[in-house]
Design a protein around this ligand. Structure first.
Ligand code: GDP
Length: 300
């Protein structure tokens, strides 16, 4: 994945050096941990996450499991792999569906994070799995967000609930509530609520998102974050966690350039799992996120 290309190259090179050694001295371990630390920081992983990660790797690498291993270098790589899976959230987490349909999935995130695109991707994915989704256009902030959702809805073959044109600015909370009511009436089994995002964290926007959350009582709240956001990942994620208490994370633009450290920071600092990955502008560029597979790709 492009977002991890450089991190992956750096770690692979570090481990290649390590493998040339037989027994590992504490100095070898320290050297390796230092290189891992630099690689993670250069990939824009948040400092607090890097510190914790390298601290645990170092402690384990100096311990008995490596000392007694037949192949100490291989054991260190294994430890890094395990810890990486942990940082990425551990087990894969799937969407939880409501016992009583419709299942309501709300999307939140900064403007440009990829929410509207994700709404279409998720709708298509759910439809393919036999669900009957309804898209709800509660982003009334951005002038053409409603039209954009209607376009992706059409591409996905999924209907869109939107405010009537000409109704002035409109009330996004009401649109969300009406959309869910419509889904109940027409027996859609899932509702995806797209919400507004601003360029930076904004109290008014957060209140609006929080009001929508209260009004529709979603089963899942997905926080969509651009994997290229860099060092702002942690502050942004924490603000949205406080504002809308999201249940899962979606990483978007993983096809982008090579500093996708946000991915490694967000699950770790919020304790919320990364559930999906968005990897392009087309509706099919989307996949469930598997921490173990991602760790293998990074360390491959
Ligand atoms: P929103 O403001 O959060 O609703 O964001 P949009 O869904 O409008 O996405 C913003 C821009 O990013 C659009 O030009 C999308 O085509 C693009 N985009 C969304 N997801 C991805 C992705 O996974 N990869 C790439 N390369 N572009 C994406």
């Amino acid at each position: 994945m492009a977002a991890f290309a450089s991190l992956s190259d750096r770690l692979t090179a570090t481990f290649r050096n390590l493998r040339t050694k037989g027994k590992l001295t504490p100095a070898d371990v320290d050297g390796t941990v230092r290189e891992i630390r630099r690689a993670l920081l250069d990939a824009d992983v948040a400092l607090e996450v890097v510190k914790q990660f390298t601290g645990t790797v170092r402690e384990r690498a100096l311990g008995d499991e490596v000392n007694k291993a037949l192949n100490p270098a291989q054991q260190v790589v294994q430890i890094v792999n395990e810890e990486l899976i942990g940082v990425l959230g551990g087990q894969q987490r799937r969407l939880e569906f409501a016992k009583q349909p419709p299942t309501v999935i709300m999307l939140a995130g900064l403007q440009g994070a990829g929410k509207t695109t994700l709404a279409g991707k998720l709708a298509k994915h759910l439809k393919k799995e036999g669900h009957t989704p309804l898209l709800v256009a509660s982003d009334l902030q951005r002038p053409n967000a409603v039209t954009q959702l209607q376009v992706v809805g059409e591409q996905a073959g999924v209907p869109v609930w939107a405010p009537e044109p000409g109704n002035g600015v409109g009330d996004p909370v009401r649109v969300a509530r009406d959309g869910v009511a419509e889904a109940k009436r027409k027996q859609f089994d899932t509702v995806i609520v797209d919400t507004a995002g601003r360029l930076g964290i904004d109290a008014e926007l957060m209140k609006q998102a929080s009001d929508i959350r209260k009004a529709v009582d979603p089963d899942e709240v997905l926080f969509v974050i651009d994997a290229m956001i860099g060092q702002d990942a942690v502050t942004t994620a924490r603000a949205f966690q406080e504002g809308v208490d999201f249940t899962g994370v979606v990483l978007s633009k993983l096809d982008g350039d090579a500093r996708g450290g946000a991915a490694l920071s967000v699950a770790s600092v919020t304790g919320r799992p990364i559930m999906f990955a968005s990897t392009g502008e087309n509706l099919d560029d989307f996949e469930p996120f598997y921490p173990d597979r991602m760790a293998s790709r990074i360390l491959d």
